[in-house]
Design a protein around this ligand. Sequence first.
Ligand code: UDP
Ligand code: MG
Length: 337
Amino acid sequence: MDKIVIVVPCYNEQEVLRQFYAKLSNVLRELQDCSVSCLFVDDGSSDATLQILRELSTEDSNVHYRSLSRNFGKESAMLAGLDAADGDAVILMDADLQHPPELIPEMISWWRKGYDDVCMKRTDRRDETIFKRMMANLFYRVLQMVSRCTIQRNVGDFRLLDRRCVAALRLVRENQRFTKGLFTWIGFRKKELPFHVQPRAAGKTTWNYFALYNLAVEGLTSFTTAPLRLTTFLGLAVSLLAISYMFIVLINALLYGDPVAGYPTLMTVMLFLGGVQLLSLGILGEYLGRVFMESKQRPIYLVAEADGKDVLYAPEDSPERRIVRSVEKRGQLDETE
Ligand code: UDP
Ligand code: MG
């Protein structure tokens, strides 16, 4: 029988979690020919999410959870889930019911036909503001222009991955993860299925424009060094222009003499060059920062609790985990305090 694990990252999802679980288990009950378990990853929530997960896992033996020691971000939480999931296939989905569980049987059937990566493609972004859609468009276009692999458009994290893909993703241990790009990078046979994104069932999204901007920079810089090349090109072009202009100025001065004018030109050139230099420095800095972060080789996430047990990272077996004692034995903090 095929073993399928559903990995769900959750960050402050106390309002929807039970609703999500109810809907999911309704769908899973219909599935006959495979055993499905859920693996929730609590991404350091500050509300009752962890408490709910503890309850769910005692109520249902098919529910497992990992709780990270703080909020590491969705990308890291997903990796924590992938690391812990041992199934023939893994399904990634959000906890907020934006990814309809009803589609799971269809995803599984495509996997059985031989696809390794069944990705769900959103058919419309109508629920988003025009500005957000424009920015998304621009982002995809730029990313596609500068990177060698074809980036899938409007395809998010809602997908089914064969164990081969999961194993491949586990190999990629970069700290600054742009998972969307990594899915493309690993390759394997992909199948895109259309779906409608549902509005968030409850709670609120943690993404704002600033976070999205960061994600976009992350995506660009983690997948290509094209911006660096662009700065070289820009530098070259500006230098050529400057040299030509220098000749014009020189010849002008020699032939006609130069009554000291040209303050506007001077200012423009200075400001323009200053801008270009700062921009180039910034781009350099982005990459340097990334090298700095990666060179520390910190673990991508830390698990604090796994299925009711405390987790200890022992030096000799890190980053492997060792389970030391059950959570019940220790005093429980009230998470909502
Ligand atoms: N999430 C997470 N860690 C975070 C932020 C979000 O694990 O730091 C989870 C969240 O609980 C949800 C999923 O990632 O299951 C998508 O988050 P959200 O709905 O806020 O994003 P959106 O759907 O707006 O892209
Ligand atoms: Mg959402």
